[in-house]
Design a protein around this ligand. Structure first.
Ligand code: MG
Length: 176
């Protein structure tokens, strides 16, 4: 099976970086419970929204992001059983490429460069399974589309849902 895996908020915890930078700039710390079904952008005062929107476009945003729980060991096991491709829409954020590449080298060195796809629109990338947190990527995917739970997508329906990598064995029978 060819399994396509998104990076941000599937492997790397970008949500926490938003909270970190918001606290740095505005002195308020939000938690994931505060943004159930929403993005941080949606709940901050209007005056602060442009700053929040700019975060992912700034150098360093994607550097040293925390690894999502159990992503490393689970994807390493899947990588031995299936053809794994990491598919990230890195082109949206011009400073993200090196950070994302080095992050994979550090935490997922077993993902060969030939299996790293940094792209614009994901609908050109074909596979059997896509694990992603965004409806706009899942909705155009012709294979098995699995939504990976993240605060912003908790109200999204119409897909199989993986609530963390500890549930991966429910989706892949050959996974121990
Ligand atoms: Mg994502």
């Amino acid at each position: 099976m060819r399994i396509l895996i998104d990076m941000d908020d599937v492997m790397a915890d970008a949500v926490e970086r938003f909270f970190d930078w918001y606290e740095r700039d505005f002195g308020v710390r939000y938690t994931k419970a505060d943004i159930y079904g929403k993005k941080l952008y949606d709940i901050v005062p209007d005056a602060n929204k442009p700053i929040v929107k700019s975060y992912a476009h700034q150098p360093g945003f994607f550097k040293d992001l925390p690894v999502i729980d159990h992503a490393k060991e689970t994807i390493e096991k899947l990588n031995k059983l299936h053809e794994i491709y990491i598919v990230s829409a890195a082109m949206e954020f011009k400073y993200s490429f090196t950070d994302k590449y080095e992050w994979l080298d550090e935490h997922f060195p077993f993902i060969h460069w030939k299996n790293r796809i940094f792209c614009g629109n994901k609908h050109l990338v074909k596979g059997d399974v896509l694990i992603d947190d965004h409806d706009f990527n899942l909705s155009t995917f012709p294979g098995r589309a699995i939504v990976f739970s993240s605060p912003h997508n908790m109200l999204l329906t119409g897909y199989e849902r993986m609530n963390g990598w500890q549930e991966a064995k429910l989706f892949f029978d050959d996974l121990e």
